[in-house]
Design a protein around this ligand. Structure first.
Ligand code: AMP
Length: 507
């Protein structure tokens, strides 16, 4: 099935329901959204000459047009290639070229930077508001094209904390499975809900549109086009029923602001967090300040948003004897996938021991675009090897350790940076921390901590050392502390440990 079918259905059943909002203003209802998508589809398959299965790239900020372009491409039986709006024009051009996109939609302000960098002669359309873009809607609407459930729907370029990004082939089946799991494991969606796109629509936030389309609920693009805690608070008060997908750093900023302003969080229905580690201290505080509105998901582009989930109820079960361990975990396998922690040969590791996280099910990608070797190493016997290390407990809760390449091996012992980071974050003055390994002639590697303090606060190495001695084995203690003004991060806000290692080694 084609995911655009979900929009066609809602437009038929609930044509007058509000679909797309810019801030508080309703722009289109479901009938209009589907009509606009069908006309974009008419243009792409007509005047632009694209054929079934061709790719359409989007290098756009979060904006109301994002959804109609995604659905326009799907409606026409094409696949989308959403590109992170924070990428450099050269990086974006690489993605356009690698994907072989036959058409490109760009935000007006990117157009100039891209001049001369783009391959091929496919059309480039400036969004929003250009005459060429507005003229698309004069095209005759195309009938919804059917396509195989295993056809490519979304070519998702990995965020690339190392090396060049790879194109993950997500099929229509993968995306429908992700949406089905959301209803089973993440949240019950109602037609009164409002999905707010505060995180990049080229990534998890954009993937999380299908559930609201299925329920003919509202999609709200903030006027800022991104994450602004004050704007979200205002929207929560004026509109209410907000759901958002947020990286842990966004959650932290929102919680800080809600606490500082002293507003009631009742306008936020659900905050789904994931995409990177949520430290125990941070989720405890988030629950204290905002109440039981949080759900965690763990996924990766290769199994979009769908590996495990830690539900609202699980996070709320404060009296459970293992609550403290559970909130440090990423929860349990989502309903439609199998999750296993495996040893190097792919056999299930005993409960309680660390191994690589493997996933199998209909959410798992078809492979990497044009990269047979990378596909063969990630997909083995139907299982996706995630590259994440974790431990499964007897109740089915998975706790992530780290990416396998980030584990520090010192004197023959494995040290998982996350464990040390959790301890350092207990210090009141510490805002962010990242623990890495540095080559050491005798030990192989030694533990180094990079620390960012809260504005106006200070922590010294002796205090941090004392904290570690009180909580973890001596050999895991950082040998050095480096205090930084900010962490190097990639365009999705993930800490770049490779850059940190280079920085520390250069010192
Ligand atoms: P991406 O494919 O860019 O979405 O990155 C996926 C990676 O982010 C995963 O393989 C994990 O290493 C990390 N990640 C995603 N969700 C979580 C989570 N809930 N907790 C910790 N790490 C996560």
């Amino acid at each position: 099935m084609n995911v655009a079918q979900l929009l066609a259905r809602s437009a038929r059943v609930h044509p007058e329901r509000a679909a797309v909002l810019l801030g508080e203003r309703v722009l289109f209802d479901y009938r209009e959204l589907a009509d606009r998508a069908a006309r974009i589809a008419g243009y792409l398959r007509g005047q632009a000459g694209l054929k079934l299965g061709d790719r359409v790239a989007l290098f756009m900020h979060n904006c109301p047009e994002y959804l109609e372009v995604l659905y326009g491409a799907w409606w026409a039986g094409l696949a989308v290639v959403p590109i992170n709006a924070k990428l450099h024009a050269r990086e974006a051009a690489y993605v356009v070229e690698d994907s072989g996109a036959a058409a490109l939609f760009v935000s007006e302000d990117f157009a100039e930077e891209l001049t001369g960098l783009l391959p091929g002669d496919g059309p480039t359309l400036h969004v929003p508001g250009s005459d060429a873009y507005n003229a698309l809607f004069e095209s005759a609407p195309l009938a919804l094209q059917s396509c195989d459930a295993n056809a490519l729907a979304w070519l998702f370029y990995t965020s690339g904390t190392t090396g060049r990004p790879k194109g993950v082939m997500q099929t229509h089946r993968n995306l429908v499975t992700m949406a089905a799991c959301y209803f089973m494991d993440v949240d019950a969606v109602t037609s009164d809900d409002v999905m707010v796109y505060a995180a990049p629509m080229s990534h998890g936030a954009g993937l999380y549109n299908f559930m609201q389309v299925i329920k003919a609920a509202r999609h709200l693009i903030p006027e800022s086009g991104g994450f602004d805690a004050d704007e979200l608070i205002t929207l929560s008060q004026r509109i209410g029923g907000l759901t958002l997908f947020a990286a842990p750093t966004m959650v932290k900023r929102l919680v800080d602001r809600i606490e500082a302003v002293g507003v009631a969080p009742s306008g936020f229905k659900t905050i789904v967090y994931g995409g990177g580690p949520m430290y125990v201290e941070d989720i405890r505080r988030a629950l204290d300040v905002m109440g039981d509105r949080f759900v965690q998901i763990y996924g990766q582009g290769e199994s979009p948003m769908t590996i495990t989930a830690l539900s609202r109820e699980q996070l709320a079960e404060r009296t459970h004897p293992r609550w403290a361990q559970r909130i440090a975990s990423v929860g349990c396998a989502q309903a439609l996938v199998e999750v296993m922690v495996a040893d190097d040969s792919g056999n299930a590791a005993p409960l309680g021991t660390t191994g690589e996280v493997l996933v199998r099910g209909d959410s798992v990608m078809a492979g990497y675009w044009g990269n047979v070797d990378a596909t063969a190493s990630a997909l083995r016997d139907g299982w996706l090897w995630t590259g994440d290390l974790g431990v499964m407990d007897e109740d089915g809760y998975l706790t992530l350790k780290d990416r396998s390449k980030d584990v520090i091996i010192s004197g023959g012992s494995n040290i998982y940076p996350r464990e040390v980071e959790e301890v350092l974050l207990m210090h009141q003055a510490v805002s962010e921390v990242s623990v890495i390994g540095r080559p050491h002639p005798e030990w192989g590697e030694e533990v180094i901590a990079c620390v960012v303090c809260r504005p106006g606060a200070r922590a010294d190495a002796a205090e941090l050392d004392a904290l570690c001695l009180a909580h973890i084995a001596r050999f895991k203690r950082p040998k050095e502390y480096h205090f930084l003004d900010e962490m190097p991060k990639n365009n999705y806000g993930k800490v770049l440990k490779t850059e940190l290692r280079a920085l520390i080694n250069a010192q």
